[in-house]
Design a protein around this ligand. Sequence first.
Ligand code: HEC
Ligand SMILES: [Cu+2]
Length: 347
Amino acid sequence: MGISPVLWQFLNKWLTSSALFPKEASTIAPYADALYFFLLAMTLVGVVIVGALVFGFSIRYRKERNPEATQIEGSTLLEATWTIIPLVIFLVTFVWGALLYFRIYNPPANSMNIYIVGKQWMWKAEHPGGQHEINTLHVPTGRPVQLTMISQDVFHSYSIPEFRVKREVIPGRYSTVWFNATEPGVYHLFCTQYCGTLHSGMIGTVTALSPDDYQKWTEASTSGMSLAQNGERLFASLGCNQCHTGDPGARGPNLAGLYGKKVQMEDGSTQLANEAFLRDTILNPSSHVPAGYKPIMPTYQGQISEEGLIDLVEYLKSLKTNYRVQQTLTTATSTEAAPTTPGMVKP
Ligand code: HEC
Ligand SMILES: [Cu+2]
């Protein structure tokens, strides 16, 4: 920051208290603002210099004082100056912006993950413990929170101005963003991508709670089943376990420990088994055929909701050893008679 911290705090306080600027409520916010104010300051400097020159020259070289136009052949020094100084400013802005970009788009490895599903016209949030929310999001302060987001229909954009968070939410693909909330409070949540008639109503609140209060909130709003447990039930009711038994001779590959691995594909390439990979193998299995297997897995396109896919992905992520796959086989027989399964697409 170019200006003194005291002056900075004063300016910031004044801007937020006069409602000209959203509060800074995440660790990234001061950094985003510093760049923003730098850009603003450089723009003002440009406006002042150009404005003063236009104004001054039009007086100094007015017709009465200069009836005959003078031809000036140029000055290398002058031209070099007005090229090099802006170039340095732009390069500084570029490097600064790139560093900030990487900070904003690379979640720390220890972030907790919350899923967001956008649809016309609401925001659904799914916590790992199975808590569901609509148009609200509860997060703890003081730790990095990653949002893994996807849209069920059109493009949306998830924006929390006080956290300086804004990211596109795209149909068919996970996008992520992260923040570390610094102050407990209730903040605005907006959709910032025009998404149809009720776009302006696609708003909500983000509640940042102290770690203790967050703990209490998760306990109070639990649905009894974590995402992975929901996924385990889906895995059984969709018949995934008929092929993915975890046995060496099974028709489908063993899924235990798959998450985070580099998978050797039939065509010789390798693919990283991340969330996007797991989701896509369920929808487009033929584009992810591991070496040694035949493309016999059916596609589940149109049969599982986005929430169901999240449950399955969380279940597959939780499969560290073969033990749970085997356990699923027993669960399968006991849930077979269940009439409806959460996560299935409603007809
Ligand atoms: C008919 C048998 C069959 C069923 C049913 C089946 N799969 Fe598969 N699965 C396979 C086979 C074979 C492969 C590897 C070749 C391919 O992708 O088609 C595979 C691949 C996968 C992979 C990638 C594994 C890797 O190592 O790259 C995942 C993840 C997966 N299946 C999950 C599921 C889930 C979740 C379900 C249920 C919604 C399911 N499968 C249902 C046979 C099946
Ligand atoms: Cu929207």
